[in-house]
Design a protein around this ligand. Structure first.
Ligand SMILES: C[S@@+](CC[C@H](N)C(=O)[O-])C[C@H]1O[C@@H](n2cnc3c(N)ncnc32)[C@H](O)[C@@H]1O
Length: 416
């Protein structure tokens, strides 16, 4: 363990700053950075953030990325105890993942043992364990169906997330009955994580909508994309949406090009990502509406003097909700990858009962508390998410009607 953590696995802020400084400044990292600064640098980000990390990609460019891990530990606000919506999406997609493996994964062309599988943006569990188990079982069935029982491989699963992820909680809760060898891979998936042609199957759920950074123009008072009084693009001018879309496309291009190098020929990536149908405005997407509600709660708190408006103006969520059209364009740009299946899934409609404001707010808190605390301090968090919970109930009609359109994009991509 790096330092003292509270019962939710979060570091005390003083400790976090010290560790952040240590993480930012080890000598070998400084040397690598100096060496690579002469080469092409693909990203820059704020150096001041305690959780800023440096990721070295294969082309030796040091990429500075922001990282805001989900709430760690096992407490009442942890991701572990507040991620059932994401789990529902993994369960709803299970049959589609099994079909992709049964019909499109050509295991006969894989010569190497073990079969290597990666979950990108795995967080702390338990969702990742459920997904990995489904995939291992489906691949085993595929080997049997192809008459390859004697060549059944052993499985190795790589759990990837940012270095700030609570890997202690993840590994402490690894299922004892698992049929795979487990490894942790810390680092950003917006860069290389694995050796060339080494992975057979990659999975990512509810992670690719996180941008590597907030687009800079959102903070520039002289830019038409200055996002004053809002924290997302949902109800902003089109310049703001364009800035988000451009950052997403840049990040996806890097993501896909790294994965194309790491996958073996015939290998597969399946990802589940919050999405909105083509041509539908963000204001009709439930995720985007909730981000807007959070922004409105913050502005109310600013009017009440609890925070300043300048604090709201200088904060934006680095999250983009893509459309199938946008995703298709991104994958088709990469000559090594081909789309095998892409469809919007309406998983929320399978939830029983009306929308529950408290439950939704808890779920968002488990994912976003870190990023809000870093900017606004921990003092406003309880109040912010209490307000959100009430606002969700007041907007429940809008949120429920948005759900019917399908809010999850299921994508299967194969390495040519
Ligand atoms: C909402 S959680 C999803 C966790 C899990 N996949 C699930 O479906 O429950 C998103 C995770 O993606 C991780 N993440 C976001 N951006 C990332 C990046 N660039 N590299 C690696 N992990 C990232 C976050 O740290 C977080 O743990």
């Amino acid at each position: 363990m790096l330092g003292q953590v509270n019962n939710e696995g979060r570091l005390d802020p003083k400790e976090r700053h010290e560790i952040g400084t240590r993480v930012r400044r080890p000598l070998f990292m400084r040397c690598l950075y100096r060496a690579s600064i002469k080469k092409r640098i693909k990203h820059t980000a704020h150096l001041g953030s305690p959780q800023t990390q440096r990721v070295i990609s294969n082309d030796d460019a040091a990429t500075m990325q922001q990282s805001f891990p989900m709430n760690g530990g096992d407490g009442p606000h942890s991701y572990r105890n507040n991620s059932h919506f994401q789990r529902q999406d993994i369960n709803v997609s299970r049959t589609m993942i099994e079909e992709a493996i049964a019909k499109k994964l050509d295991v006969k062309c894989f010569s190497s043992n073990p079969f290597r599988l990666a979950d990108l943006g795995c967080s702390v569990g338990p969702n990742t364990f459920i997904a990995m188990q489904h995939i291992v079982e489906a691949v085993e069935r595929k080997y049997l169906a192809q008459g390859l029982k004697s060549e059944m491989p052993e499985f190795q699963v790589f759990f990837n997330d940012h270095v700030g992820n609570d890997f202690n909680t993840l590994f402490a809760s690894l299922p004892t009955e698992r049929r795979y060898f487990a490894c942790g891979v810390p680092g950003s998936f917006h860069g290389r994580l694995f050796p060339e042609s080494s992975i057979h199957f990659m999975f990512s759920s509810h992670a690719l909508h996180w941008l590597s950074k907030v687009p800079e123009e959102l903070l520039d008072k002289n830019s038409p994309a200055w996002n004053r009084g809002r924290i997302h693009y949902t109800s902003g001018p089109e310049e703001v949406s364009h800035a988000y879309a451009a950052q997403f496309e840049h990040d996806m291009e890097i993501f896909l090009s790294a994965r194309a190098k790491e996958l073996v020929v015939g290998g597969m990536i399946v990802f589940l990502i919050p999405a909105l149908p083509n041509g539908i405005p963000a204001s009709q997407n439930p995720y985007c509406v909730m981000f807007d509600l959070l922004g409105a709660s913050l502005m109310d708190m600013a009017k009440e003097g609890l925070i300043s408006e300048a604090q709201v103006d200088s904060f934006n969520l680095p999250i983009h909700v893509a459309s199938p059209e946008q995703m298709t364009e991104m994958v088709e740009k990469n000559e090594c990858l081909t789309i095998e299946r892409m469809e919007l899934v309406d998983s929320r409609s399978k939830l029983v009962g009306p929308i529950n404001g408290k439950e939704c707010a808890m779920c968002l808190r488990a994912g976003l508390e870190g990023i809000f605390t870093q900017h606004f301090g921990s003092g406003i968090i309880d109040q912010l998410f209490d307000r959100l919970s009430k606002q969700i109930m007041e907007s429940s009609h809008q949120l429920e009607s948005g759900n019917k359109e399908g809010t999850l994009l299921f994508v299967v991509v194969r390495r040519k």
